[in-house]
Design a protein around this ligand. Structure first.
Ligand SMILES: [Ca+2]
Length: 226
């Protein structure tokens, strides 16, 4: 009887964990609101999702011995705040209307995942006519924010909270720290140096509708969406 109870509670715990692992909450902004006794983070109104697959040898750059992958983002209007979050693996996480990379579709059933680490960087390119692969390569990129692990994100299959989430508030009037119109990129890698491999979901969000936001893995793809 005792054993049965233990088995049952372990089963109940695992089911709970599985349900939690696959459920991604709405992306809450830094704006908080009281709802009865609780304080909630008001969800961002505009969320763009990207499903990708990172694999050995297709990194964009090596920075401090870490293989960095980038996703480019064109922001066509001044934003008060941007949120970025990343989850690996995608597994059974439900995602609506995501931009889906071919590499993701080919590897959607992969069990591989990695300890995500994200950065939000702003370039010195402020006009969409100026966006070219060379210009992006030669631009000065300023890191606005970064995050390694967030307890707000679902746990990874290891049971660890190694997924990432950041919110960045514009420093209005600052020439380098304001969220102006321009070309941004999200950098992602693992906390550890070495291989990055697995499916991932990256989301960029704003508290206001930003019509014309384009997110793509490469500058060539981004230009097609402009
Ligand atoms: Ca992490």
């Amino acid at each position: 009887m005792k054993i049965k109870l233990v088995v049952l509670s372990v089963f109940a715990f695992c089911s709970m964990f599985n349900a939690e692992a696959q459920k991604l909450k709405k992306f809450g902004s830094s704006i908080e609101k009281k709802v009865g006794p609780k304080t909630i983070k008001v969800p961002y109104t505009d969320v763009i999702s990207y499903l990708g697959y990172a694999a050995a040898g297709n990194e964009d750059e090596i920075v401090d011995n870490k293989k960095f992958y980038y996703i480019y983002l064109w922001v066509p209007a001044v934003a008060p705040e941007l949120g970025v979050r990343m989850l690996s693996p995608v597994a059974k996480t439900k995602v609506k209307d995501a931009i889906t990379a071919a590499a993701y579709t080919e590897n959607a059933s992969s069990d591989d995942y990695f300890d995500t680490y994200i950065t939000l960087e702003r370039s010195t390119i402020f006009k969409k006519e100026d966006i070219t692969a060379d210009a992006a390569k030669n631009a000065t990129w300023t890191k606005l924010a970064s995050n390694d692990d967030s307890s707000e994100m679902p746990k990874q299959p290891s049971g660890r909270s190694y997924n990432s989430l950041l919110r960045y508030k514009s420093e209005m009037g600052s020439p380098t720290k304001a969220l102006t119109v321009g070309l941004y990129r999200i950098g992602f890698t693992t906390y550890k140096t070495g291989e990055v491999k697995g499916t991932f979901l990256a989301e960029v969000a704003a508290p206001v509708k930003l019509p014309g936001v384009v997110m793509a893995k490469t500058i060539e793809e981004l230009k097609k969406g402009l």
